[in-house]
Design a protein around this ligand. Structure first.
Ligand code: OGA
Ligand code: MN
Length: 283
């Protein structure tokens, strides 16, 4: 389908679309930007293939969507450009280290939900991808919410989930949060069901950073979150992104979750770099 100045090839259920006809490094018109903005609203995840961006061009593209934010984990921060984060399993010599850079990406999550103003869009590019495994899965949280039956939906009304960076790292078996990180990201709570400001769609908002439900017995809240995750990550709600070198992905964190599939970090090189657009408090 031709839409304005871009080609849009949608995946099943309109969840995710491959966008052609645009060279992100060359820059593009306001009309093209509006077409991309419309496509992300509709499809939630956009894939641009064969894009040859350097870090500066990556930032320039990301900044068209709003102000960018850095990350509290300084270990993965770019040396020169603090708004770029580098996730890679290679050492200085380019050899695989055997260590996936951020285990929190291997479990279902939505970016930075542990802060008061969680990420709006994430723009991730892949200078180098694993040949086997390492796909990124996305779950359509609006469709997942829409598929819940009556009593299950009513039960969620008014509930708030507590999101906690420290607990999230414990759950994903990452190095413990530092005192500085804990101070920078104390636990926050967000509605468990949020309303997407651009579409009015109600969507589940949870993932690994969500630790429990506010004012609910801890174990009961954890069980509810686990149930919802099982529901939302059924195949029928998922887009599986099979990376190629030089892909750029743009996704909406307000209505999706994502996770990386396992790969052999001792053999395969997997290098991705990302920029994140600031969001608003979920409502
Ligand atoms: C992220 C993330 C997924 C990937 O950048 O937020 O979860 O495919 N990355 O590396
Ligand atoms: Mn992520």
């Amino acid at each position: 389908m031709q839409n304005g100045q871009i080609d849009v090839k949608a995946e099943a259920n309109d969840f995710a679309a491959e966008i052609g006809g645009v060279d992100l490094a060359a820059g593009f018109s306001e009309e093209t930007f509006r077409a991309i903005r419309g496509a992300i609203t509709r499809h939630k995840v956009l894939v641009f293939r064969d894009q040859h961006l350097d870090d500066d061009a990556h930032l320039a593209f990301a900044e068209r969507f709003g102000p960018l934010e850095g990350h509290i984990n300084t270990a993965t921060r770019h040396d020169r450009l603090p708004k770029i984060q580098v996730f890679q399993n290679v050492d200085q010599a380019g050899e695989p280290t055997g260590v996936h850079p951020e285990r929190g990406t291997l479990v279902w999550h939505t970016d930075k939900s542990y802060v008061a103003r969680p990420s709006l869009f994430t723009i991730l590019r892949s200078p180098s991808v694993a040949k086997t495994g390492g796909e990124t899965l996305f779950a359509d949280m609006a469709r997942a919410y829409g598929a819940l039956a009556g009593p299950a939906v009513q039960r969620l009304d008014g509930l708030r989930a507590v999101h906690d960076w420290k607990r999230s790292r414990e759950k994903s078996d990452e190095r413990p949060a530092t005192a500085a990180e804990i101070a920078a990201a104390p636990p926050v709570d967000h509605p468990l069901v949020r309303t997407h400001p651009d579409t009015g769609a109600r969507t589940l908002y949870m993932g690994n950073h969500a630790s429990h439900i506010l004012d609910m017995d801890r174990a009961e809240g954890e069980a509810l979150l686990a149930d919802l995750e099982r529901h939302a990550t059924q195949d029928k709600f998922i887009y599986r992104h099979r990376w190629r070198d030089n892909d750029v992905l743009l996704w909406d964190n307000r209505c999706t979750m994502h996770c990386v599939m396992p790969y052999d970090a001792a053999k395969e090189r997997r290098i991705v770099r990302r920029a994140v657009v600031q969001g608003d408090p979920p409502g």
